[in-house]
Design a protein. Structure first.
Length: 457
């Protein structure tokens, strides 16, 4: 289990000694506080990785005062400590931003499990903040991820950006090829000039020449005025041709002519114009195979592939999914949900992302907007992904011969609780919310049905 610095705030001296001893024996550095004011002072002096907080402490012993303290310990996750009868207060604390809650007396095994998850969350958020800071400083190039593939890609971008050679970015759809192009532009000597993107597959073939090179008034029906093209708009900067593999053959010839000497003719024009651009192209297509099949000009291919960069698919860097998801959660607007449960995070990591980062971003932001709670669960992600919160509940198995109605009801109840616990990664609070009952009611049912409580908090 990951170790960390834990701030234990509780007004009971015996509990501080007992719990502090457990935590120290587990390898954590522990700071204790007997009041809310003392805890805030300790945190301001030496911010902890995790805060264990009793909600009812001096100097103000009202629950509202304890709830107000949760915000004071950001960005560290806060696990609140309450009496078992105070489950409603604990849920209010989670809504106020607490990571989780534990009832007193605290079970050491349950404490270890909750702290382990919270410290993992704390470490993840520290890494995300570091990445954001590097992004603000222009260091991570806007490309999130600490995987070997992304680290290597950022290194190559830094090497090729200062040159003026054309760059070809290859990679599957949704893997961030335009982000790479923008990063190249941002680190180049052209960064103060325009970055102009053109999606070659989104512009009708008959209009692509006019879109790139512009046209003169009267050159075709509807051309009621001179119009400069995107090549002219990119003069001095970077022209990004996305999905260049979709470019029609006739247009490939004209682009090649422009790349050879920087000159071009607007549609309907006779006097050549000149533009100085750095070309970055991208495609998800296999251009080598297209050249071999005659679908892409070999001379243009060799002209645009001065340097080749490859963006990895999300399956190649699944370890980056937690950072990406956290970033997309932070970007979501107008939504309450800002956190992922451990089960939801595991679901994201295991999901087959055919649309890569773009699909992940769309799903996380949709789930965030649709969720009605402060924490995203697997059901929220499934609903955003498929439109169904969960698979239909299967019909109960046939009753055993001689089984009474109470026996059948008990068997169905046991199965439904077990399935809900599995979906919520064993977390009792979230399981109770999923089932529409109180946490205390759930625990009583588990005891009655013989379902072990050590499945989760």
């Amino acid at each position: 289990m990951r170790s960390g610095h834990i701030l234990l705030a509780d007004d009971e001296a015996a509990f501080r000694r007992l719990c502090g001893g457990w935590l120290t024996a587990a390898g954590h550095r522990v700071t204790t506080a007997a009041s809310g004011d003392e805890a805030v002072a300790h945190f301001a002096e030496d911010a902890a990785d995790l805060v264990l907080l009793d909600l009812v402490m001096p100097p103000a012993t009202s629950p509202e005062a304890g709830l107000a303290l949760v915000e004071r310990f950001r960005p560290a996750p806060v696990v609140v400590l309450t009496a078992h009868a105070d489950h409603a207060l604990a849920l209010r604390a989670v809504e106020a931003g607490a990571w989780d809650f534990l009832g007193k007396p605290v079970d050491p095994d349950l404490l270890r499990l909750v702290i382990g998850r919270a410290l993992e969350k704390s470490a993840l958020e520290r890494e995300l903040r570091a990445l954001r800071q590097r992004s603000d400083d222009g260091d991570d190039l806007g490309l999130i991820g600490g995987s070997a593939a992304m680290t290597a890609l950022r290194g190559l971008i830094r090497r090729v950006a200062p040159t003026d050679l054309p760059v070809l970015v290859l990679g599957p759809t949704g893997s961030g090829k335009e982000l790479v192009a923008r990063a190249i532009h941002g680190l180049s000597g052209r960064r103060d000039r325009p970055f102009v993107p053109v999606h070659c597959g989104a512009v009708p073939a008959e209009l692509l020449e006019s879109e790139l090179f512009g046209h003169l008034k009267g050159s075709f029906t509807g051309a009621d005025r001179d119009r400069p093209g995107l090549v002219d708009a990119a003069h001095g900067g970077t022209l990004f041709l996305d999905e260049i593999g979709e470019m029609p053959a006739a247009m490939q010839v004209k682009l090649l002519r422009f790349l050879q000497d920087g000159s071009y003719l607007p549609v309907g024009g006779r006097a050549p114009k000149v533009a100085d651009v750095r070309l970055v192209s991208a495609t998800h297509r296999d251009l080598d195979a297209m050249v071999a099949a005659g679908g892409f000009r070999d001379d243009l291919f060799y002209r645009i592939k001065g340097l080749v960069l490859r963006t990895p698919g999300l399956a190649e860097r699944s370890g980056d999914i937690p950072l990406l998801a956290a970033s997309f959660l932070a970007q979501a607007k107008g939504a309450r949900a800002r956190r992922l449960s451990p089960a939801a995070l595991a679901w994201l990591v295991a999901h087959p992302w055919k649309g890569n980062v773009r699909e992940l971003q769309a799903l996380v932001q949709a789930a965030t907007l649709l969720s009605e709670t402060a924490m995203l669960e697997v059901a929220d992600l499934e609903f955003a992904d498929t439109g169904a919160a969960a698979p239909p509940t299967p019909a109960p198995p046939p009753a055993a011969p001689g089984a009474t109605l109470p026996d059948q009801v008990e068997a169905l109840e046991r199965r439904l609780i077990a399935e809900a616990l599995a979906r919520c990664d064993g977390n009792h609070s979230r399981t109770a919310r999923l089932l529409g009952i109180s946490r205390v009611g759930l625990l009583k049912k588990m005891d009655r049905l013989g379902i072990a409580r050590h499945d989760g908090p």
